[in-house]
Design a protein around this ligand. Structure first.
Ligand code: PLP
Length: 273
C-alpha cells in the first residue's frame, strides 16, 4: 500500500470495537495495523475488556448513544474512507452502530465500505458478545457489510453451519451472503484438519480462494482483528475486495511469522515487522 507522505493528511479509517488491556487484539491491533498500512486510525470504543494473554475476565459496555456519538463526530469532522466493526458486545450497541452507520453513509452501497468482523468470543472461548445479540448480528449488522469476516466458530453461531470441508465452506459463504453481506469471507485459519489456511470469498456469484501456508504458532492472538483491519485499510486505499483480501492475507501471514511470546498464554500476532 502507498506510504504516508510528509505534510499530507493520510487516509482515515474508523474502527468501532473493543479494547484489549493486554494490547494484543481489538482496538490496539486495529490501530497498530492501520498505522502500519499508512492510514490514520479513528476509534469508536464500544466496550472495554479486562484481558491479558490468558483470557478475558470481564468487559464493560460503553453506552450505545456514546458509541454512536463517537462515530458521528468523527465522520462529521475528520471523514473516513472505510470503517470496520469488531467487538460490539450487545444488541443495543449493534443497533446503535447500525443506525448511525446508515445515517452517516457507512456500509455496503455507500462510498464508505464497511468490514464487519462479527466478534463473538475470544480464542479461549470467553464471550465478547451476549448470546442474545446474535439475532442483531444477523438482522442489523451483516446487512450493512461490504465484507463480513467471521471465523469458523462465529459461522457456526451465526448460520448454524459447521464448516468441515470445501462444500460446507461454500454453504456458509452462501448463507452469510444471504444475510445481506455484499461479500462474505469464510476464514480457514481455524480448520486445523487442513494443511493450508485457505479463505473463501463469495459475492453471490463467484467463489474465490485465497490460500496461505498454515503456520504452527500458539501466538496468534488478535489474528482476526489484524486481518479485518488490514482489509479495511486496503479498501480505504481504493483496492477492490479481492485485492484487499489478498493483501490482508499476506499481511497476517507476515504478522504470524513475527508473533512473539507474551505473558503466560497466547502471545499476539505482530504488525511491527
Ligand atoms: N478482545 C477483543 C476486544 C477482540 O476484538 C478480540 C477479537 O476479535 C479478541 C479479544 C479475541 O482475540 P483472539 O480470538 O485472537 O484471542
Amino acid at each position: 500500500l502507498p506510504l504516508a507522505e510528509q505534510g499530507h493528511t493520510p487516509i482515515r479509517v474508523l474502527t468501532i470495537a473493543g479494547t484489549d488491556s493486554g494490547g494484543g487484539a481489538g482496538i490496539q491491533a486495529d490501530s497498530r495495523t492501520m498505522a502500519m498500512c499508512g492510514v490514520h486510525a479513528c476509534v469508536a470504543v464500544a466496550a472495554v475488556t479486562v484481558q491479558n494473554s490468558v483470557g478475558v475476565s470481564g468487559f464493560h459496555e460503553i453506552p450505545p448513544e456514546t458509541v454512536a456519538a463517537q462515530v458521528r463526530c468523527v465522520v462529521d469532522d475528520i471523514g473516513v474512507a472505510a470503517a470496520k466493526t469488531g467487538m460490539l458486545a450487545s444488541t443495543e450497541i449493534i443497533e446503535a452502530v447500525a443506525d448511525v452507520c446508515s445515517e452517516v453513509g457507512i456500509g455496503r452501497d455507500t462510498a464508505v465500505p464497511l468490514v464487519v468482523d462479527p466478534v463473538c468470543a475470544s480464542m479461549h472461548g470467553d464471550p465478547l458478545l451476549h448470546a442474545s445479540a446474535l439475532e442483531a448480528v444477523r438482522s442489523a449488522l451483516i446487512p450493512l457489510a461490504t465484507v463480513v469476516t467471521p471465523n469458523l466458530d462465529e459461522i457456526r453461531l451465526i448460520t448454524g453451519i459447521e464448516v468441515v470441508d470445501d462444500r460446507t465452506a461454500r454453504q456458509a459463504a452462501e448463507a452469510l451472503h444471504g444475510l445481506g453481506a455484499q461479500w462474505s469471507i469464510v476464514k480457514g485459519g481455524h480448520l486445523r484438519t487442513s494443511e493450508s489456511s485457505t479463505d473463501l470469498l463469495f459475492d453471490g456469484d463467484r467463489f474465490l480462494e485465497f490460500p496461505s501456508p498454515r503456520l504452527a504458532t500458539g501466538n496468534d492472538h488478535g489474528g482476526g482483528d489484524t486481518l479485518a483491519a488490514a482489509l479495511a485499510s486496503a479498501l480505504a486505499h481504493g483496492r477492490s475486495v479481492p485485492d484487499a483480501l489478498a493483501f490482508a492475507k499476506e499481511w497476517v501471514t507476515k504478522c504470524l511469522e513475527w508473533s512473539y511470546d507474551l505473558g503466560h498464554g497466547h502471545g499476539p500476532v505482530n504488525p511491527l515487522w
